[in-house]
Design a protein around this ligand. Structure first.
Ligand code: NAG
Length: 149
């Protein structure tokens, strides 16, 4: 038992001495390939993994100039990351029809694997439209039937 405690203690000391590991990628269109396969060891003062997600039209020309995701991942400090987040609080809306930019901060090895790409609002809108169509159909049906009776 004592040996186990010492072992756990040693492991703890060893682990805290290790650098944080974060996924790293620069300006990728989605959370695939580079963004989920490339990691780096952070510098000693970097205790946070930072992800920046931008939603806007690409810099290069495309036929319909549709907005797309731009994903950036890197090591950061909790202060730098929180500052970036704070600075973007009015731009992080995740509305599909507007440009937006969000920063996510997390602590822990490879914690910035998942990214909120923010199609939640779009899904919600579609659900709402589908729901109102259904309700309209149901009501129209009821009302029509009632009038005919
Ligand atoms: C915080 O941001 C500054 C300015 O961009 C940068 O020079 C510094 O390296 C960053 N600190 C960390 C720990 O990443």
């Amino acid at each position: 038992m004592k040996d186990l405690i010492i072992l756990v203690g040693l492991f703890g000391l060893f682990a805290t001495g290790l650098a944080l590991e974060c996924y790293v990628c620069d300006n990728q269109p989605d959370n695939k390939d580079k963004c989920v396969k490339t990691t780096i060891q952070c510098r000693e003062e970097q205790d946070t993994c930072q992800t920046t997600i931008k939603w806007k039209a690409p810099e290069f020309w495309t036929p319909r100039n549709e907005k797309m995701h731009h994903v950036f991942k890197s090591c950061s400090s909790s202060m730098n990351c929180t500052n970036a987040q704070w600075g973007l609080k009015n731009k992080c809306m995740r509305d599909w029809y507007k440009d937006w930019e969000c920063v996510e901060c997390c602590q822990g090895d490879r914690c910035n694997f998942y990214v909120t790409l923010g199609s939640a609002n779009l899904k919600f809108s579609i659900t709402l439209v589908a729901l109102s169509l259904t309700l309209t159909a149901v009501f129209a049906d009821r009302f029509g039937a009632w009038r005919l009776a």
